[in-house]
Design a protein around this ligand. Structure first.
Ligand SMILES: *[C@@H]1O[C@H](CO)[C@@H](O)[C@H](O)[C@H]1NC(C)=O
Ligand SMILES: *[C@@H]1O[C@H](CO)[C@@H](O)[C@H](O)[C@H]1NC(C)=O
Ligand SMILES: *[C@@H]1O[C@H](CO)[C@@H](O)[C@H](O)[C@H]1NC(C)=O
Ligand SMILES: *[C@@H]1O[C@H](CO)[C@@H](O)[C@H](O)[C@H]1NC(C)=O
Ligand SMILES: *[C@@H]1O[C@H](CO)[C@@H](O)[C@H](O)[C@H]1NC(C)=O
Ligand SMILES: *[C@@H]1O[C@H](CO)[C@@H](O)[C@H](O)[C@H]1NC(C)=O
Ligand SMILES: *[C@@H]1O[C@H](CO)[C@@H](O)[C@H](O)[C@H]1NC(C)=O
Ligand SMILES: [Ca+2]
Length: 531
């Protein structure tokens, strides 16, 4: 397996002579007074001689960060309409390889993604991250602000691309040779939306754990909590006293039982369910038996069994149509699972309904049901559903789409990413072999939501500084995408690291990850696919 340290020897040969040609700090400061871009105000420009502490105070997601690369940090605001604006930061490194990267957001946010800015610039991209059109992590700014919703659902990433590229041109004196996007969760949805709506914006897109089909996703995630008694986003009190509630101690027993039933299906007892879609979880195994106390920490009452059955059953409409996949067996063990099963009605779903779909401040969620989900779908705020398989324009312009999804994701099931892939396949009428030339989905056993989890979960996805362990295109999704876009070398697999020396190959859908008694290999329908 050839390791290709592509960034060390940029195939574009575009290593900027910028730093030598002019004093970057002076040029950076000058941006503030000289640069004129449409609808845009440069609020600040500051040069950072790395490594230096970067102040993110005042930002809605303040993080302690030491920048990795000397760079020009630009803070700007782009008016998108008379009633909406996108705040953004562009980080322009001295050592620039000619590449631009737009960055995504998370949840219903709302916050400039500093760890990803740092990561992208450490790999010598000029990068831009925005607040997605509003500050903060709640949906309150959407109330009575349809243009703020539009920024969130599709426009912020587009203006990030348009203005970001102009900024690059102004600063370096040359436009970016190639443009990329990287995001996870909501960011994965943003990347998908960009490919669908603005296929010209990016040459390559990384869509991690994408929250596609977002109306149904948010409805489903609301229902999950509702199954165990959640009625209010403000308090868990109602749920905790409900007979349906499943307390944290019982979840440990549930996870143990799921592993007992399904860990070995892949041939290896390692706590990782390689293919959770193969796990037929028999919920009844947890039912309290005759004479067994019904309030224990090891078994479930009949009411709890039914709640659990709902959670691990795909969501269907009254007429039987699949609305959304089931919760991923095994993923409940991730600490993030508490966001859904803690007893409060999931705030993401609550905010989407009250502030976005209904445009009201007060709403009673106690009877949340399929009717609410149908309403989400019908209103489809800001056209944000991101459930459309027509990526033909993105494909036609030569775009490459690299998606990844953790198979132990406690917030968004990886099964939904298979569903998206299948939707694109059926919409374009392409079998996977043809889709492969521009769209690849890597399923990562053990990976939680974007990062964390068990096993070889580090694939250069960024997010957390210091977790990029091997900087080559075999191990790193960003570098793999660069190789694909610029060198036509498509990634067959991604090799994950666990940070302690162990690695595992991750397969692209629809291939399966199979243990052949010596190693993990990727297998297709027609037999073994050798690496
Ligand atoms: C952006 O909008 C603000 C507030 O409406 C306004 O003051 C400012 O001049 C606008 N900036 C540009 C560049 O259009
Ligand atoms: C960053 O700040 C911390 C705490 O003030 C300080 O100890 C450290 O030396 C600083 N690092 C750099 C690179 O300036
Ligand atoms: C500037 O904003 C107006 C709406 O206020 C919009 O029509 C126009 O496309 C924007 N220009 C750019 C470059 O985004
Ligand atoms: C949202 O609700 C407020 C208060 O009822 C109303 O004034 C406003 O027109 C509504 N906005 C939209 C976009 O429907
Ligand atoms: C617990 O519930 C099950 C099923 O309803 C019942 O068979 C069992 O006797 C109950 N245990 C106790 C101690 O009440
Ligand atoms: C929820 O349903 C119950 C039973 O049908 C009904 O009594 C109650 O009024 C409903 N609550 C809301 C907020 O609609
Ligand atoms: C990979 O690159 C990151 C910067 O993104 C750096 O911090 C890290 O040390 C590099 N790792 C290796 C093994 O070279
Ligand atoms: Ca296993």
């Amino acid at each position: 397996m050839a390791h290709r340290p592509i960034l060390a020897a940029s195939i574009l040969g575009l290593l900027s002579t910028f730093a030598r040609a002019a004093d970057p700090s002076l040029k950076c400061l000058a941006l503030k007074n000289t640069l004129q871009l449409e609808n845009t105000t440069i609020l600040d420009a500051a040069y950072i001689a790395a490594p230096a502490n970067v102040s993110t105070a005042g930002s809605c997601q303040s993080v302690a960060l030491v920048s990795a690369a000397p760079l020009c940090r630009v803070y700007l605001v782009i008016n998108t309409t008379a009633t909406s604006a996108v705040h953004a930061e562009a980080w322009l490194p001295d050592t620039w390889y000619g590449r631009f990267m737009g960055l995504g957001n998370g949840g219903l946010g709302g916050c400039i993604n500093y760890p990803d800015l740092d990561y992208a610039t450490s790999l010598h991209f000029a990068a831009i991250g925005s607040d997605n059109g509003h500050d903060g992590q709640t949906g309150l700014p959407f109330l009575d602000h349809p243009e703020v919703i539009n920024d969130f659902t599709f426009r912020a990433i587009h203006v990030e691309a348009v203005i970001g590229k102009q900024l690059v041109q102004a600063y370096y004196g040359t436009p970016p040779a190639k443009s990329y996007f990287s995001g996870c969760s909501s960011g994965g949805r943003q990347g998908t939306q960009a490919a669908l709506r603005y296929p010209e914006d990016f040459d390559g897109i990384i869509a991690g754990a994408p929250a596609t089909d977002v109306n149904r996703y948010l409805g489903w995630v609301g229902l999950l909590g509702h199954y165990i008694g959640a009625t209010s986003p403000d308090t868990a009190a109602d749920a905790i006293t409900s007979p349906k509630f499943i307390p944290p101690t019982l979840w440990s027993a549930i996870s143990a039982e799921i592993l007992r039933q399904c860990d070995g299906l892949d041939g290896v007892y390692d706590g990782i369910i390689t293919e959770p879609d193969d796990c037929v979880f028999n919920v009844d195994a947890l039912r309290c038996g005759a004479g067994q106390a019904n309030e224990t920490e090891t078994c479930l009452t009949p009411v709890q069994v039914e709640a659990l059955r709902n959670i691990y059953t795909p969501l269907r409409s009254a007429s039987g149509e699949l609305l959304y996949p089931r919760y991923t067996p095994g993923a409940e063990a991730d600490p993030f699972g508490g966001v859904i099963f803690g007893g409060a009605f999931v705030i993401l779903a609550a905010d989407w309904e009250r502030y976005t779909v209904l445009n009201i401040t007060e709403h009673d969620f106690s009877n949340f049901s399929l009717h609410d989900i149908a309403l989400f779908d019908a209103v489809n705020p800001g056209g944000g559903a991101t459930w459309d398989g027509d990526l033909s324009a993105f494909r036609a312009r030569g775009g490459k789409f690299l998606s990844y999804h953790g198979r132990r994701d406690p917030l968004i099931p990886s099964t939904n990413s298979k569903r998206m892939y299948d939707l694109v396949s059926s919409t374009l009428g392409f079998p996977p072999s043809a889709l492969d030339d521009f769209y690849r989905l890597f399923l990562v056993p053990g990976l939680g939501h974007c990062f964390g989890g068990l096993g070889a979960t580090l694939i250069g996805q960024g997010q957390i500084p210091g977790t990029n362990f091997v900087n080559d295109s075999v191990h790193n999704v960003v570098l793999a995408l660069v190789d694909w876009v610029e060198g036509g070398i498509a990634p067959d697999t991604i090799v994950g690291s666990d940070g302690q020396g162990a690695e595992r190959v991750h397969c692209r859908y629809p291939m399966r990850s199979v243990w052949d008694e010596k190693a993990w290999v990727c297998e297709d329908d027609e037999g073994r696919y050798s690496l």
